[in-house]
Ligand binder design. Structure first.
Ligand SMILES: Cc1cc2nc3c(=O)[nH]c(=O)nc-3n(C[C@H](O)[C@H](O)[C@H](O)COP(=O)(O)OP(=O)(O)OC[C@H]3O[C@@H](n4cnc5c(N)ncnc54)[C@H](O)[C@@H]3O)c2cc1C
Length: 492
């Protein structure tokens, strides 16, 4: 606190606001309108207002909130896009400051170094440094409003990465993005999977040779369209102010709903199905109950996340599962393909593609270190007949032409006939997987066709169920004509 002799020369204001970001400008606007007689100033360390939306300049920077709720209640968001990029948000904030006569109260280059409260004098003494001249000043105020944000402006949080000093490429923090950074044709790794990474990765992907997002903990992401059609319609038909007010309420209600839902069901599916991480518990339970076998599938997308790129980490993971099963006295039974395929496989025509069988064979070969030792049986394709029956319907649906009346059909007559072309493709894939070079020395392998469950005795006796049985035997016969190593495994 300055000595009392110097007190009179110290400038005093009713309110001092620290920071001219969205919070500081908002606070100033309410002060001006609701307490117009109070004197105030905004002390801003930088030479510009806008805070976060002026500081961050990485490619693709945008909000993750909709601007109907992120924006001010007193200033309608006019833009068609409610998830907006940084320049639009900055523009909006600066307009809000100008329209409300706040610019004149902002003192740029005024960095607050500290503040102390005196109960005797009922005031704050605030130490300020001008970062352009280095000059120090003292101000006092009755109310200190901290709107300085939640992170350090001079240095974004950077964890220690072992071996960083040996890395020869540029290392960039999104908070200090060099505007001349040229990443065209470069292979980039983005560390983290939060909002910044989610924005940055797609934006860089168009220019860089390859962008990898490195994730420690999965983030929950809910996709929403950039433009809010309801909000835009409300603004169009009810006028800007009323439409904006209503959209704001709508979005606040939506967010409350999502918030309550997440609180009520913090993990909607629970982690009960997380066999990838919880396999030791699963195996312990199984062994404890006296079971002797543990069947699991190795996920193709984890082993081969991109065509021809094999993850050693995933192979080691599944190998640990095999060893874990043996340690518990369980026989592991491994499935190569259990309904899911990598996205790249789906994008290249899935099982309809000419070389689908070769792709499965390549995967079988790459995954051989997992099951080459200590696995008595391998299932190549789980329930191929179900895949052949459902894939055409799913393909139709994703092409925007959902099969009409499908739910009713499934309920009344069960699954449709498997597609003949797909049936052939899956059998070819099974054979190729069995014949893959490294497979010859491995465990016997087979597909596991499924017997669709019937709902009533009447249905079981129907001619259709005879047809289903005939198809099952046909699947087994055809799949087993591939040599002595191939035999059907028990259906799941
Ligand atoms: C890339 C990015 C995207 C984001 N997207 C969203 C989103 O979509 N939705 C959401 O709710 N939040 C988002 N956030 C969080 C966002 O920072 C806040 O929501 C909001 O912008 C914070 O505003 P603020 O005014 O409180 O702080 P800031 O924007 O951080 O502004 C603080 C101001 O205070 C100044 N200051 C700091 N210390 C001092 C000091 N000692 N003396 C003087 N001045 C000082 C700074 O220079 C700055 O101008 C995002 C953050 C980032 C980094």
């Amino acid at each position: 606190m300055p000595p009392s002799s110097a007190r009179s020369s110290v400038e005093h204001l009713n309110v001092l606001i620290v920071g001219a970001g969205i919070s500081g400008i908002g606070a100033a606007r309410y002060l001006k309108t609701e307490l117009p007689s109070k004197s105030f100033a905004i002390l801003e360390a930088r030479r510009a207002s806008g805070g976060t939306w002026d500081l961050f300049r990485y490619p693709g920077i945008r909000s993750d909130s909709d601007l109907h709720t992120f924006g001010y209640e007193f200033k309608p968001w006019r833009d068609e896009q409610s998830i907006a990029d940084a320049p639009r948000i900055l523009d909006y904030l600066r307009q809000a400051a100008t329209e409300n006569g706040i610019d004149a109260h902002v003192r740029d280059h005024h960095k607050v170094l500290g503040a102390s409260w005196s109960s005797d004098e009922a005031r704050w003494t605030v130490e300020v440094e001008r970062d352009d001249t280095g000059e120090r000043t003292t101000l006092t105020c009755g109310w200190l409003f901290c709107a300085g944000g939640y992170y350090r402006y001079d240095e974004g949080f950077t964890p220690r990465f072992e071996g960083l000093d040996r890395f020869e490429g540029p290392v960039v923090h999104p908070q200090h993005w060099p505007q001349d950074l040229d990443y065209a044709g470069k292979r980039v790794v983005v560390i983290g999977s939060g909002a910044t990474a989610v924005t940055l990765v797609p934006s860089m992907a168009g220019t860089a040779a390859h962008v990898t997002m490195l994730q420690r903990t999965p983030t929950y992401v809910m996709p929403i369209p950039r433009a809010d059609v309801v909000a835009n319609a409300l603004k169009k038909y009810l006028g800007l102010r009323r439409g904006y007010a209503l959209s704001r309420r709508k979005n606040i209600a939506q967010q409350r709903l999502v918030w309550s839902f997440c609180r009520r069901f913090p993990k909607p599916s629970g982690d009960a199905c997380d066999s990838f991480h919880r396999w030791p518990e699963d195996m312990d339970l199984l062994a404890g109950l006296g079971f002797t076998d543990y069947r699991f599938s190795i996920e193709w997308a984890r082993i081969e996340p991109a065509p021809g790129e094999i993850s050693r980490a995933a192979i080691d993971h599944y190998r640990r599962m095999i060893e874990g099963a043996h340690q518990r006295g369980l026989r592991p039974l491994v499935t190569l393909h259990h309904f899911t395929t990598p996205r790249w496989f789906a994008a290249r025509g899935s099982w309809y593609a000419e070389d689908a069988a070769d792709r499965l064979a390549r995967f079988a070969e790459a995954a051989a270190p997992i099951y080459a030792d200590g696995v008595d049986h391998l299932c190549t394709v789980n329930e191929p007949n179900i895949v052949a029956a459902l894939l055409p319907i799913l393909a139709q649906a994703s092409a925007g032409a959902p099969a009409k009346g499908l739910p009713e059909q499934l309920v009344s007559t069960g699954l449709p006939e498997p597609d003949a072309h797909l049936t052939e493709a899956l059998i070819r894939a099974h054979r190729r997987a069995v014949e893959a070079p490294t497979r010859r020395t491995c465990a016997p392998a087979g597909p596991s066709p499924s017997r669709p469950v019937k709902r009533s005795r009447a249905r079981r006796r129907s001619p259709r169920s005879t047809a289903v049985r005939a198809r099952m035997s046909s699947w087994r016969r055809r799949a087993t004509t591939t040599g002595s190593a191939s035999r059907p495994t028990p259906a799941s």
